[in-house]
Design a protein around this ligand. Structure first.
Ligand SMILES: NC(=O)C1=CN([C@@H]2O[C@H](COP(=O)(O)OP(=O)(O)OC[C@H]3O[C@@H](n4cnc5c(N)ncnc54)[C@H](OP(=O)(O)O)[C@@H]3O)[C@@H](O)[C@H]2O)C=CC1
Ligand SMILES: O=C(O)C1=N[C@H](C(=O)O)C[C@H](O)C1
Length: 249
């Protein structure tokens, strides 16, 4: 595949390393903050991989989608405009793959957490909360991974109905509120923990990213899958679609 990278930061450079090692894909071009992006920016490329920042994605996604080139989005922090992005993909008949985390390990963490949240649901003695830790270069919080983990809990456990991102001094957390706590620390690649607690025991589920390799290799694998899928069925896809395909193969 000929790949156009949008964003040349930590992840853009990691993707370039994975592509260079692949022997089968090439980086066709790299577009960064100094480039004006339009639908025409992507002519001749097979797939776009976007790892930028929220503000850039909000500005760029109409062109990404209008280009008709399948796009893999890694950029996080834009969940609030997800409906508009899905609508643009449907109207344009294009293909967009989004995951807040392309690591296979994190997606196994998500499915494990989904089951744990379901199992504790009938037992009021078990409470649950989330925490995430990332490097101090991270602009958004909570992480997209933590937001997705919170969604898994809300879907599986009716005792939790609302996500609380920041505590308010003088107001106690309500039992139906799911706290998501963020720490920005040094060069941490990404640590996500689900903390389950009762009077008798504590259960901790934690995923620790040891590098960015799995994020990048997962994004390239998603790009390979999306290019194939786009030909037959353009649309908006997630890691659940990809993994369900993989697990059913
Ligand atoms: N889905 C996943 O698996 C993962 C997702 N992420 C997410 O990916 C995103 C990027 O992370 P990371 O690479 O660490 O961040 P960086 O800040 O290292 O890189 C972001 C890059 O985007 C560039 N940029 C900013 N504005 C624009 C623009 N308008 N057009 C093109 N490029 C632009 C920045 O340029 P400049 O520095 O010059 O401003 C920078 O090179 C974040 O949202 C992060 O949460 C990260 C890891 C894994
Ligand atoms: O900014 C990062 O570094 C990461 N961001 C993603 C997120 O917001 O979940 C994924 C990963 O945790 C690394």
């Amino acid at each position: 595949m000929k790949i156009t990278l949008v964003g040349n930061g930590r992840m853009g450079r990691q993707i370039a390393d994975v592509v260079a090692a692949s022997g089968t894909h090439v980086i066709d071009r790299v577009l960064d903050v100094n480039d004006t992006i339009s639908a025409g920016s992507f002519e001749g490329t097979d797939v776009i991989i976007d790892f930028t920042v929220r503000s850039a994605f909000l500005a760029n996604y109409p062109a990404l989608v209008a280009s008709g080139v399948p796009v893999v989005v890694g950029t996080t922090g834009w969940d609030d405009v997800m409906p508009q992005v899905r609508e643009a993909v449907a109207v344009e008949g294009s293909s967009l793959f989004y995951s807040a985390n392309y690591s296979l390990g994190v997606n196994i963490f998500f499915r494990t957490l989904r089951e744990a949240a379901r199992l504790i649901a009938p037992f009021e003695q078990f409470d649950i909360a989330l925490s995430e830790q990332h490097h101090t270069g991270k602009a958004d919080f909570p992480s997209g991974t933590a937001i997705k983990a919170a969604e898994e809990i809300l879907k599986s456990n009716p005792r939790k109905r609302k996500v609380v991102r920041e505590l308010e001094d003088g107001r106690k957390l309500q039992s139906d509120e799911l706290q998501v706590a963020s720490i920005r620390l040094g060069s941490v690649f990404g640590v996500h923990s689900a903390l389950i607690d009762s009077e008798s025991d504590t259960i901790e589920l934690t995923h620790t990213a040891k590098n960015r390799t799995s994020f990048a290799s997962g994004a390239v694998r998603a790009a390979e899958w999306l290019v194939q899928r786009h030909a037959a069925a353009p649309g908006f896809y997630t890691m659940d679609d990809f993994l369900n395909d993989l697990f059913s193969a």
